[in-house]
Write a protein that binds this ligand. Structure first.
Ligand code: ADP
Ligand code: MG
Length: 237
């Protein structure tokens, strides 16, 4: 069973401490990261995605091997949906997905099959040949999610996947995440409680770069609403 481990992961941006000595182990399942803006969610996800270097003493291991040692092979097991939306505005949705598939080293025939399936599942087929610059926020989120799913990654990192998405599209995204979650490690960040209610198997509360609470969703939520847990940790935010 795949396993991702963080040991004493910290991150400074010059003198600002964004992550403070985080140790945590992620197994297969949906992990919801909940925390207010500035908690360190994106920093953590960028580090796990391998695109941001943590401070020197930090260790990230995938199946017991340090991620820097895995090099390219780590990239092929990662699907990453960044928080930033304004990318590849001049590409059409279909061009963007073909380009990302090529970067991931997926051969063009397999890419065509995967792209058409993903476009369909995310209800993007009709707009696949329109430029991304003309997409609504929800359409952009769905094309970014499609890109993250190319190559059936073992680890899926979704940074605020439902930001700026209307309720109907939110349901499409949440259902898809649930559907594909088998055998994957899914890390999903949000500041919106309802995003991970009924979706996450485990919930991690992040505040000021630290994990303030974590546990199985059903245990944390036994007799308590997630909203009131959120208020307990972040009520002053
Ligand atoms: P979140 O995703 O939970 O909103 P971030 O990881 O984006 O949190 O930010 C954590 C902290 O690090 C915040 O205080 C933020 O201002 C700071 N930060 C994030 N990115 C940078 C950066 N590139 N340079 C300096 N400070 C940053
Ligand atoms: Mg963020």
């Amino acid at each position: 069973m795949n396993k991702l481990q963080l040991k004493n992961v910290s991150k400074h941006y010059s003198s600002k401490l964004a992550l403070d000595n985080i140790s945590c182990e992620f197994s297969v399942g949906i992990w919801g990261f909940l925390g207010p803006n500035g908690a360190g969610k994106s920093t953590l996800m960028n580090i796990i995605a391998g695109i941001l270097k943590p401070d020197g003493e930090s260790v990230v291991l995938y199946n017991e091997t340090p991620v820097p040692q895995l090099g390219r092979s780590y990239r092929s097991v990662i699907g990453y949906m960044p928080q930033q939306q304004n990318v590849f505005r001049d590409f059409t949705g279909a061009q963007f997905l073909s380009y990302m598939a090529a970067l991931k080293g997926i051969d063009s025939k397999a890419a065509r099959v995967q792209i058409s399936e993903l476009l369909q599942r995310l209800e993007l087929t009709d707009i696949a040949h329109r430029r991304i610059s003309g997409y609504s926020g929800g359409m952009k989120q769905r094309i970014l999610l499609a890109q993250a799913l190319l190559g059936a990654p073992e680890i899926l990192i979704l940074d605020e996947p439902t930001a700026g998405v209307d309720p109907k599209q939110r349901v499409i995204i949440k259902n898809l995440i649930k559907e594909i979650s088998e055998d994957k490690i899914i890390l999903l960040s949000t500041h919106i409680v309802s995003d991970i209610e009924k979706l996450a198997d485990r919930i991690v509360f992040l505040k000021d770069g630290r994990i303030v609470q974590q546990g199985a969703a059903d245990e944390l939520l036994a007799g308590t609403e997630l909203e009131s847990l959120y208020m307990r940790y972040f009520g002053d935010e």
